[in-house]
Write a protein that binds this ligand. Structure first.
Ligand code: NAP
Length: 454
């Protein structure tokens, strides 16, 4: 077998590892091993690239891999689950930037030949550069470095003009290569910034997922430029996974992608909205423990606040204490609870909650009516009943968990803080709802003691 055949065969193995790894990531039972499989695929693809005929600069390649590898290792170990979206934004931006850098180097060097490869190279470069600068802005917003959304009249027209300029520059590069390559990339980088700046921090997870899909596409296009099968396959896999994730998030929030990109969600929500009728009624830990401990069935609804409080271990301890008393306990997970799909599943898996106690919205929604208590921990928007009724609400039409239909509702949260959408929750004001104020972890720990003492 020649070297070239061995390289292609290794890329094929790497591609299979990416695809099966991704498949395994779709279930919490196999997700960890899925990440390992895909990681092994990446190691195979990277090592085999060193053997490609004509490859030089081994020193530089090794230094680049060492810098990237160490930075990823350190940040990956340190990052808190709640900061995962911004880390993904940063890593994703690097992927887009790498694709754009490949395009720039190859175009400057005049290495891209043939009209179709030239078009793919230029398109990949544009998409990669937009994804790079856009992801950095998304990172800045999620990290709280950029606090405002820069919105002004006619911004969509300005963006359209920059996009047109970028495409024209791209066409000139294709026709008269190398042409205005610097201008092309400068415009594409500016476009990523101006496209992302007006979008509210609240919509960033969807935007990151979109950029993730774009990065995949850019990498796949540059794979044609470098004639590298592993890049084409890995890019396609990332591109389609990102597209599916973007669709899933938009659908679970009942928003169109255009609405995410071109409207200021969450920024106007608080204004104009009149508060729900009724009053908030607090409950003491001891009383909440009695309600829970003497229930037949409790459905736990975790949300973003559980992640912030890192309350998952204490919540599971509480559930075990309830199960020991003969209470049936189930977890209800909304597809966009937390700040990324699967956020709650990962936390509950980390705490050791058996998978057969975890139900998604469609499976459990009809069961709330038979639950004695819906115990809501740091969830807000995903249980807000106005999504069903109030057409003027920004979350109208978003499928929600029917926690309000339970016989009693106990809500653990710190105070009057709104959720991600910035609106008040009518559920908290219902007659059968009680507020157990405090940090999620502290309150869950107190409940464990109180239930055990019953
Ligand atoms: P949420 O609506 O953001 O509400 C979280 C609640 O947690 C807040 O009301 C807050 O109230 C409470 N909280 C914060 N820190 C806490 C702590 N230490 N202890 C106890 N409670 C705490 O959360 P959600 O119900 O999970 O809804 C997720 C939202 O994110 C949805 O609007 C969804 O559309 C959006 N989103 C999700 C994704 C995704 O993929 N998951 C992507 C994009 C957008 P206090 O301040 O009063 O404590």
């Amino acid at each position: 077998m020649g070297a070239a055949t061995a390289i292609q065969a290794s890329y094929f193995i790497a591609a299979a590892l990416f695809i099966f790894g991704l498949k395994r990531m779709s279930s919490p039972v196999t997700a960890r091993s899925g990440i390992v499989w895909a990681g092994v695929g990446m190691v195979v693809a990277t090592l085999i690239t060193f053997l490609t005929p004509g490859m030089s600069n081994y020193g530089l390649m090794t230094v680049a891999i060492a810098i990237g590898g160490i930075a990823a290792w350190v940040t990956g170990r340190r990052v808190a689950m709640t900061n995962m979206p911004q880390m993904i934004a940063l890593y994703n931006g690097m992927g887009g930037g790498a694709a754009a850098a490949i395009a720039a180097v190859e175009l400057f060097a005049g290495n891209v030949h043939g009209p179709s490869v030239l078009i793919l190279g230029v398109l990949g470069g544009i998409i990669g550069a937009v994804s790079f600068s856009g992801s950095l802005i998304a990172f800045g917003k999620l990290q709280g470095l950029i606090k405002r959304s820069f919105r002004f009249r006619g911004q969509n027209i300005v963006n359209l003009l920059i996009l047109t300029g970028t495409l024209v520059a791209g066409a000139v590069v294709v026709l008269y290569a190398p042409g205005p390559v610097t201008l092309l990339f400068a415009l594409a980088l500016v476009l990523g910034v101006t496209m992302t700046l007006p979008i509210g921090g609240a919509d960033m997870p969807v935007v990151i997922s979109l950029y993730n899909a774009l990065t995949g596409l850019a990498v796949a296009f540059e794979g044609f430029v470098l004639n590298n099968a592993a890049m084409i396959i890995a890019g396609t896999v990332v591109g389609s996974a990102g597209t599916l994730l973007t669709q899933l998030m938009a659908k679970a929030m009942n928003r169109s992608l255009a609405n995410v990109l071109f409207s200021g969600f969450g920024e106007t929500a608080a204004a104009g909205a009149t508060g729900p009728a009724g009053t908030l009624k607090a409950i003491e830990t001891a009383d909440a423990a009695v309600m829970l401990g003497f229930s037949e069935k409790v459905i736990v609804v975790p949300g973003y606040g559980m992640a912030v409080a890192q309350a998952q271990h204490k919540v599971w301890e509480l559930c075990q204490a309830l199960i020991a008393r003969g209470v049936t306990v189930k977890f209800a997970i909304h597809p966009v609870a937390g700040r990324m799909p699967g956020h709650m599943n990962v936390l509950l898996a980390e705490a050791g909650v058996p998978y057969d106690l975890i139900y998604d919205e469609a499976e459990i929604n009809s069961e709330f009516e038979t639950a004695d208590v819906a115990l809501i921990i740091g969830a807000n928007d995903v249980v807000n009943p106005v999504a069903r009724t109030d057409k003027s609400s920004p979350i109208y039409g978003m499928p929600i968990l029917n926690a309000d239909k339970a016989k009693n509702v106990i809500v653990i949260k710190r105070g009057q803080g709104a959720g991600f959408s910035g609106i008040e929750n009518a559920l908290f004001y219902l007659d059968h709802a009680r507020m157990l104020y405090g940090d999620g972890q502290a309150k869950a720990a107190e409940l464990v003691q109180a239930v055990k003492a019953l």
